[in-house]
Write a protein that binds this ligand. Sequence first.
Ligand code: PEP
Ligand code: MG
Length: 579
Amino acid sequence: MEIKKGIAVSPGISIAKSLIIDSEDYRIPRRLIKSSQRMVEIQRTRNAFKDAIGELTQLEAAHDRSGGGKIKDIFAVHLRFLHDRSLRKKVTDLVHAESVTAEYAVSTVLREIASHFAKEKDAYMSERAADIYDIERRLLKQLLGKKREDVGHLTEEVVIVARELSPTQTAGFDRKYVKGIASDAGGRTSHAAIVARSLGIPAVVALEDLTEYTSGGDIVIVDGNRGIVIVNPDDQTIRQYEEYSKEFAELEHRLDEIRQEPAVTRDGTEITLLGNIEFPNEAEVVLEKGGAGIGLYRTEFLYLNTESEPTEQDHYEAYAETVRVFADRPVVIRTLDLGADKYTQSKRFAPEPNPFLGLRSIRFCLQNLTLFKKQLRAILRVSVLGEVKIMFPLITNRQELMQAKMILHDVMEDLDEESIPYNRNIQVGIMIETPSAALTAYSLASDVDFFSIGTNDLTQYTLAVDRGNELVSMLYSTVDPAVLRLIRNVIQDAHKAQIDLSVCGEMASEPEYIMLLMGLGVRTISIASPMIPEIKQIIRSVTIEYCNKVARKVLGMDSERQISAYLRNAARKILPEAF
Ligand code: PEP
Ligand code: MG
């Protein structure tokens, strides 16, 4: 039995057999082999190369006949790699030297080569990394053959164990079979974690070396409440967890009963409780859980799972599906936040050196106007169906905001010319998720209808801590005094300017932090749907007077530790079962 402590990112308990996946969804058994088996693995490697060459030669010939010039060239490049004897030797040498399986050796060697290419400054060379990954996939397909477990087509319940998961992979998991997630890497607000929470799959991240201790098929317990993962638990531990899991399910069930009750404090202050979604079909869940609309629709997920770019109609249909669920309630559609850890399929192998500080989000949109305008057209078209609002992410200065608004007006004019109806008075807001936006909030407020504080990024950029990096996760805290001061300023500026304000970062879904936010003056929050009942319960259990006291007390503290401990205690008193 191996007990590992990580960061709890999605609540709940799961017990199931592990399925280990690497970053390309292929299952790579990492078991060592007996030395007597090495020749068998070496022969398997040779066969895989031979069969991959055979497959590619056939594909090349087929494209030759159909005149597919460019694709044929790609196949030729891949064939050259596969014919390279030194590459094959590297793989077989690894099998021999370290007694590992053929698939493990292929993956290790090719990934190492790919990472060398990716680091090349020359764009042509760095793009070759994608070719190497393709070759790796082709070889693994040969090696794993029927043994390959496609995560998209599971037939039994599993706990996914991985070194690192991308938001795209996580979004593709089938809730019916994926019962838990445990990864070596990641942070509380990394996008893969956010998606796990939205899907309601218990998850623990930042387990550092869990994959070293787990083999495919091991029984794994994921305790998404306490951030614990247990590999090969003994019978007594399994029984304890089964009991705990039952108690937790009962608590959830009890909380669900208040879902149609209003989110009002005991002394009558109403909080608007909205839901965050990544996919249109989540809107129904938000409604079921008692959300009063959508406060953050992360539309970039429309791009992540497909090889081809979504059309304007694809955008329109996804938004319309959401808006129909909340016909007369607000639906805040955030424009694309691509980049950083959310890459489209075509860009995933060409990462920037500092992606979170790079061509991300609104910056990416302002440099890709065709793509941006396509989305804006769809949002405007859908605005006649309900109370749709537009929100621009990662604004850092006024000029950026004015540029984005100018493009929105261009798109409005285009629609006017084509006599396509839209809501002319559509509300336009921005996310406050950079220190620069927080510090200049008062000036930005004069050009928008609302602010939504993105505490995930605001924390990352204020503290200079990568939100997804487990090595620095202990430094990442939304209740650091520096972050709290910025949040307080933004709230005050929004009130002064008389514009709407909400908080849509994960901070608002933390039972420990909600009282503080309310005490700071927040009256609208948007959170992942599974958290709605619990947060509502807290809101209904407190008075705003008490929240004000909590906020006053916290603002007088100058240490993150002190603040965290104080808030944990305060929340524990209100909802002891949840802690
Ligand atoms: C945030 O940064 O707090 C936010 C809500 O946006 P995202 O998590 O999608 O970056
Ligand atoms: Mg953000």
